[in-house]
Design a protein around this ligand. Structure first.
Ligand code: ZN
Ligand code: ZN
Length: 196
């Protein structure tokens, strides 16, 4: 965690990602001081964790650290489909004190979407939220692209109408994973300060 104290991280976490708060000390660069924790959930293949880390590091200017992996929480298990509820995984991840947390799992994840009570997805994150989650179950080696998309949501981006943009809606067909992982000019302009 470097020179960021736990107390400071918690203070930052409580204000929903305010950049201004991160700049409290003169000389600090909020982009390099902000820590995104990559949290392995349920022993994913280390290669998938590294794909997520590499995608985030080549796209964004914040610091990326790997957190100690933990088992998937029973609270998120959805027995009828043998998968894990994404919104419950995100709630579980709130315990970690880093500025943002991205969970990585190889298990199938789902949420209520497209009029389906339990719709299988590749990733999940709220706009402006602190935590998000990605699963390699469907995108496999393209899980890094899903990570770029979900972190984009946590940075405040909604879905984008440009079909080539990484922030496009997956439409339940895995369309995000088929992009190159790049932002369109409009989305990039909104989060320019965070991009490499
Ligand atoms: Zn999305
Ligand atoms: Zn876009």
């Amino acid at each position: 965690m470097g020179r960021l104290g736990l107390g400071r991280l918690l203070a930052v976490a409580a204000c929903a990602g305010s950049v201004a708060t991160l700049s409290a000390r003169a000389g600090d660069d909020p982009r390099t001081e902000s820590v995104v924790g990559v949290l392995p959930l349920g022993h994913p293949d280390q290669r998938n964790v590294e794909l997520v880390e590499a995608a985030l590091k080549r796209t964004y200017r914040f610091k990326v650290v790997e957190l100690k992996g933990v088992p998937l929480p029973d609270s998120a298990y959805y027995a009828p489909r043998h998968r894990y509820r994404a919104e419950k995984l995100i709630a579980f991840e709130q315990k970690w004190p880093t500025w943002k947390v991205i969970g990585v799992t190889d298990r199938d994840i789902s949420t209520t979407l497209y009029k389906s009570k339990d719709f299988g997805i590749m990733g999940f994150g709220y706009i402006g939220g602190r935590s998000c989650v990605v699963s390699s179950h469907r995108p496999h080696e393209r899980v890094g692209i899903i990570a770029i998309h979900e972190i984009g949501h946590t940075l405040g981006l909604p879905h984008c109408p440009n079909p080539k943009c990484v922030m496009r809606d997956g439409e339940g067909k895995g369309l995000v994973a088929k992009t190159t992982g790049k932002f369109c000019a409009v989305c990039a302009s909104k989060i320019r300060q965070w991009l490499r």
